[in-house]
Write a protein that binds this ligand. Sequence first.
Ligand SMILES: Cc1cc2nc3c(=O)[nH]c(=O)nc-3n(C[C@H](O)[C@H](O)[C@H](O)COP(=O)(O)OP(=O)(O)OC[C@H]3O[C@@H](n4cnc5c(N)ncnc54)[C@H](O)[C@@H]3O)c2cc1C
Length: 475
Amino acid sequence: MLASKCTQTCRISFQILAKRQQSALASFAVNSIESMREESIFTEDHVALRQSLRKIIDNEINPYVEEWERKKMFPAHQVMKVLGSNGFLGVNKPVEYGGLGLDFSYSVAVAEELGNINCGGVPMAIGVQTDMATPALARFGSDELKRQFLVPTIAGDYVSCLGVSEPGAGSDVANIKTTAVKDGDDYVINGAKMWTTSGMQADWMCLLANTGGEGGIHFNKSLLCLPLDTKGVNRAKNIEKIGMHSSDTAQIFFDDVRIPQKYLIGEEGQGFTYQMLQFQEERLFAIAGMIVPLEKCIAYTIDYCRDRKIFGKPILDNQVVHFRMAELATEVELLRSLLYRSVAIYMRGNDVTKLASMGKLKAGRLAREVTDACLQYWGGMGYTDEVPISRYFRDSRYMAGNDVTKLASMGKLKSGRLVRELSDACLQYLGGMGFTPNLVSRAFLDGRLLSIGGGADEVMLSIICKYMGTLPKQK
Ligand SMILES: Cc1cc2nc3c(=O)[nH]c(=O)nc-3n(C[C@H](O)[C@H](O)[C@H](O)COP(=O)(O)OP(=O)(O)OC[C@H]3O[C@@H](n4cnc5c(N)ncnc54)[C@H](O)[C@@H]3O)c2cc1C
């Protein structure tokens, strides 16, 4: 009886929420495109590109996201083909290989627009295809290699993935164990890759492997194009995750996998350097992709809190709540300003490793802060994943606060203090409607990855400290 009443109540709430979320999304969408016209790094052409991507997202992607989240995989070939046919997989890639040949600011506009997809998994897989698996190939690959792998990837006929992380090496990229050893005209590959986004579906992998040679751990690695239907490649499993559900994440083993030596990207021994070179763009792309979801989180939450009444008045009418929303919106604006400044400096040919690392750090922290704070005001609409680790993660928001408080107390990161404040606020606001899957909770879970994937926060801090001259030299 109780259960059926609850189910009925939840269903009604969900319908209302879905409607309200759509209206918040609609009002946000207009603001976002309009405000973009005011930005110094964007022109009318950027806006036009973004508007045509918005149509694809609205018609070909968002209507299916709920289904893909449930199935724990989106149809990568289908989605990439739609995007590829419309030029969105090669925005800043050379025209002769099917790209649009535009500058990096257009990629930033596209990355921002991808934030309108109603989950994090699909934009992440698109980002892997456009800005992680292919930049080194486009820059350093031979013409033959580009025609074989880059052209169909930009067209959306191939799905690509990046094989850097391994079971024993994530942050410490130089410590990877996979080997590619020369034998006749071939390389023979042995080892394993972990956490490979789109790895279950991809046609080929941009693989980082040890190819040996002199010069130490930074000069004994190479990037290779590895077709994943090659004998000896075993896609062992799609790893269960607490977020990014639409995106598959593979663990892959290589057992005497033989590929021709001509599949080497650029020079042998330069793989680590190539990988590091593309980090600036990769990180700016990641920051850009985070802005819209955070703004949407805030917009939906304001909308919900305006409607929901507690103790005779809307939640939003409590000063602590509307002030909090204003603080969070301010933080997101600051992140946007840092992004645009970094892009503007980068576009003039300067190195922005420090700024991009600061932005990535801030984006990761802010993703946790904003989603955490917003989730709080929805009461208990909750989560349906019942695995212990995801429950631990949700419960451990307080632990995250403690962790960051240490940094904040060192006076380094204002965001750490925000997390601590939020933990306090959470105690005040606990109770309410409970948790269910919704756009805010998904953004909360998906956004958590930003502080770990693609260079953990600590890696960002190390880079910033290096630039500030405070990083102790390794003995
Ligand atoms: C959903 C998902 C998708 C991914 N997609 C890809 C992909 O497509 N291709 C790919 O190659 N990889 C991918 N990754 C891997 C990702 O890049 C790694 O998870 C990341 O680099 C961290 O590595 P790790 O998990 O091995 O953590 P570890 O390296 O074991 O680090 C654990 C923790 O240690 C801390 N830490 C790290 N460095 C320091 C330091 N210097 N000082 C203090 N503390 C530190 C950080 O808190 C870090 O989170 C993906 C991961 C996930 C979860």
